[in-house]
Design a protein around this ligand. Structure first.
Ligand SMILES: [Mg+2]
Length: 179
């Protein structure tokens, strides 16, 4: 794991909600479309388990995506995620809506995006993050860039960063290590 600066740890400590862009963050950005126009996406199982661990640690998780597909609905349901916004044209408008719905402040929200459309939210949140293979213009503007790529463990890396910064890593992983 990358060395995490004190400043990032301080920001990560306050996070109560992790918002994730879908394409390019939870996936590698590729979309497979079948003959009926139905989308197929490839998710990372370890990202999924990371999301479950984070929710067990009482950090909420939400998806915001510009596209709309049934696979995202299924993936969110599979993971027990209730904050799901699809076909979002104006991400910042939805971000404000999520703030009202959850009653959280900017400092308590982290966001991960991979493209220029994610910039308005990244500039607002308490902890702004992107993935290694993002649109490179984001890199100088965020708090943290993952070592792993989108759809290839980037979200898991962020989950571990948050859990460790919040001092919850031990509590959440204890069941796997045993006595
Ligand atoms: Mg994206």
């Amino acid at each position: 794991m990358k060395r995490i600066s004190g400043e990032i740890r301080k920001k990560a400590k306050r996070i109560k909600l992790l918002l994730l862009d879908v394409d390019g963050v939870l996936t590698d950005g590729g979309i497979v479309m079948d003959n009926r126009g139905e989308e197929i996406k490839r998710f990372d199982v370890r990202d999924g388990h990371g999301i479950r661990m984070l929710m067990r640690a009482r950090v909420q998780v939400g998806f915001i995506t510009g596209r709309s597909s049934r696979v995202v609905t299924h993936r969110a349901k599979d993971l027990g995620i209730r904050i799901v916004y699809q076909k979002v044209y104006n991400k910042i408008e939805v971000y404000q809506k999520i703030k009202r719905r959850t009653g959280l402040q900017d400092q308590e929200i982290a966001y991960v995006g991979d493209d220029i459309v994610d910039l308005p939210i990244l500039r607002k949140v308490g902890l702004a993050m992107t993935v290694r293979d993002c649109w490179t213009g984001l890199k100088p503007l965020v708090d943290y860039v993952t070592i792993r790529e989108g759809g290839r463990g980037a979200v898991r890396e962020i989950v571990e960063l948050l859990l460790r910064a919040q001092g919850k890593w031990g509590e959440i992983t204890q069941r796997y290590y045993g006595e």
